[in-house]
Design a protein around this ligand. Structure first.
Ligand code: GUN
Length: 284
């Protein structure tokens, strides 16, 4: 019998913890502040940004939204980031991705000061994750770790198979699992005989971006299945990378979509905003 990993419950718990920390900072006259930049045009990005602003409210964090028109020039966006980097009342900066094609995403990521990079996307913060010496966590992968911790699922010595090698999820996910002494395999679109790896996994983290990609025949009995995918189907419904209905019958634990990893990404973003605020104010 499988257990559902409830990302809504765990994210509420994490946000409550963040709120306690925000209250302590406020008693010291410090109000954590997150600046959220969105280049309008992508409906999904609008939903994510609204959810991030709502989470800030729950956590007592001040949020500032900078909504730029879809045809905004790269220079203007980079100038805004520069202004926010130099504004000491702003502790965290994120630019919702993707940005339109005429803007170089890498330049945007590189422009955000690593001290305020609450997504953890900058080269400096990514490097620190691989060195095991970081305070800003990669949001989605750390959200997965928080889920595993909450349900007391130990990864040490386990065969963990990460399917997907994106900079945002797959690669940092591998780093965090490795740091916790898991045996990690990263599979991707060029992997030969993917099922031979996933069938051998105690824990599967699916982050491919293809609905229903992980099927029941690829999963061994009792595996923990974490689904990071959020795919919009033609009927408008959301689906993960895992064929949930079939795979759940084999899994010991499984995350649903929605309500699994999604809410955790935002909860960790809130944690990172507090971390950044503390670092900028020399508070341990
Ligand atoms: N687009 C999809 N996920 C994310 C995220 O975690 N952060 C940002 N900035 N953009 C995203």
């Amino acid at each position: 019998m499988y257990k559902i990993i409830d990302g809504k419950e765990v994210s509420s718990y994490v946000k409550q913890q963040v709120k306690l920390q925000t209250d302590i900072l406020k008693q010291q006259g410090i109000t954590p502040c997150l600046a959220v930049i969105i280049v309008e045009g992508d409906p999904a990005s609008r939903v994510y940004v609204n959810n991030k602003k709502r989470a800030c409210e729950v956590c007592g964090i001040k949020s500032l939204e900078y909504a730029l028109a879809g045809d905004v020039g790269e220079e203007e966006l980079l100038a805004l980031i520069d202004k926010l980097n130099n504004d000491s009342s702003v502790n965290g900066i994120l630019c919702q991705l993707p940005v339109p094609k005429h803007i170089d995403e890498k330049k945007v990521i590189d422009a955000i000061s690593p001290a305020k990079d609450v997504d953890g996307f900058s080269a400096e913060n990514v490097g620190k994750i691989w060195l095991g010496d970081y305070s800003i966590s990669p949001c989605t992968p750390m959200g997965v770790i928080e889920l595993l911790d909450y349900y007391k699922i130990d990864v040490q010595g386990k065969n963990c198979v990460v399917v997907g090698r994106s900079n945002i999820v797959g690669k940092p996910m591998a780093a965090l699992l490795l740091e916790r002494n898991a045996t990690v395999t990263v599979c991707h679109s060029k992997t030969k005989d993917l099922a031979s790896f996933t069938k051998n996994a105690d824990i599967i983290v699916a982050a491919v971006g293809r609905a229903g990609f992980i099927t029941a025949d690829m999963v061994s009995e009792g595996a923990v299945v974490i689904d990071v995918g959020i795919n919009r189907l033609s009927d408008g419904k959301l689906a993960g990378d895992v064929d949930f209905e079939a795979v759940k019958e084999k899994a010991s634990y499984i995350t649903p979509v929605p309500g699994g990893c999604g809410p955790m990404t935002i909860a960790v973003l809130m944690k990172n905003t507090i971390e950044a605020t503390k670092m900028q104010n020399n508070i341990k």
